[in-house]
Design a protein around this ligand. Structure first.
Ligand code: NAP
Ligand code: MN
Length: 267
């Protein structure tokens, strides 16, 4: 049978390679057509590794609308729904249609430089910091309303599903992924006689626009982080952030898995 393609993406860990061999054999035995060369005609993409692998798979597949599911091989694996010793149950559930598809919202940034603009998209978060571990000063607007002049390491805007990542380490709130919001979280905000910055996160409607405008002396020395990857733009004047219209699709096998996951991975 030529159809029923399933994409397999993985990191290079020994455990992931071992798991993928086993998985591919089992899928073939059940009449599926697993492929490690990404096919746009696949009905499912399985990624084997940790959250980092999941995030990179989403970016590499250019936010493909093919549903994704992750098999965790060793790391935290908050996005990774299946543990590597439960492959048989997973294949049973998948082939019997015992799953639902969850949409995960993405964060979009329009980055304005002197001469042009660029679009960046993230699954966890987009952050603005100064290069070389300096302080950054920036003005922050929400729908054109001035919120604050921020001073500190930087700020981060997290999606609901990214709220358990870097945002959480910064004492941001955990936000359920069914909520269409983004969270603006300060990174080491300064509060002194010289500078005042909000020291807690703000949860903002997803269709509002957060504008970050670095002060002039940072326009050639600010650093953007998209899901942990660094981007530099010279002449960076402004960044507008909002939840993207795009989302990705992830399989879930139980409506309660979010709460089980939270408890088992963070407590
Ligand atoms: P990494 O440096 O290997 O690991 C970052 C850690 O965050 C890993 O334990 C990763 O899980 C976990 N993680 C990623 N996304 C998560 C999510 N949505 N919920 C809960 N935990 C999550 O980098 P990486 O694996 O490529 O991940 C990139 C992410 O790292 C960035 O998007 C950012 O959120 C996060 N980060 C966190 C800090 C911090 O907490 N201080 C600093 C920089 C970046 P796995 O072990 O399963 O990969
Ligand atoms: Mn990782």
């Amino acid at each position: 049978m030529k159809e029923k393609y399933i994409n397999i993406l993985m990191n290079s860990n020994f455990e992931s390679k071992k798991t993928s061999k086993e998985l591919m054999k089992k899928l073939s035995d059940r009449g599926y057509n697993p492929t490690t060369t990404f096919s746009e005609n696949a009905e499912l993409t399985i990624c084997i590794g940790g959250d980092g692998t999941f995030i990179r798979s989403i970016h590499k597949s250019n936010f493909s609308q093919i549903p994704m599911v992750g098999i965790n091989t060793g790391h935290l694996g908050f996005y990774q729904e299946i543990s590597s010793d439960k492959i048989d149950e997973f294949i049973d559930d998948y082939s019997n249609g015992n799953y639902t598809i969850e949409e995960l919202k993405l964060i979009g940034a329009e980055v304005f430089t002197k001469n042009r603009s660029h679009i960046l998209t993230g699954l966890n978060e987009i952050a603005l910091k100064a290069k070389n571990s300096k302080i950054i000063h920036m003005n922050i607007y929400i729908n054109r309303n001035h919120l604050e002049k921020f001073s500190g390491d930087g700020v981060l805007v997290a999606t609901p599903s990214g709220s358990t990542a870097y945002n959480f380490s910064l004492r941001g709130a955990l936000v359920h992924h069914s909520l269409e919001v983004m969270q603006l979280t300060p990174i080491a905000p300064i509060n002194s006689a010289a500078y005042r910055s909000l020291s807690s996160s703000i949860v903002i409607p997803g269709n509002y626009i957060i504008s970050l405008i670095p002060e002039k002396r940072y326009i050639n020395s600010s650093l953007l982080l998209v899901d942990g990857e660094e981007f530099f733009f010279s002449g960076l004047k402004k960044i507008n952030l909002k939840l993207s219209n795009k989302s990705i699709k992830k399989l879930i096998f139980s409506q309660d898995s979010y709460w089980n996951n939270l408890k088992s991975k963070f407590l």
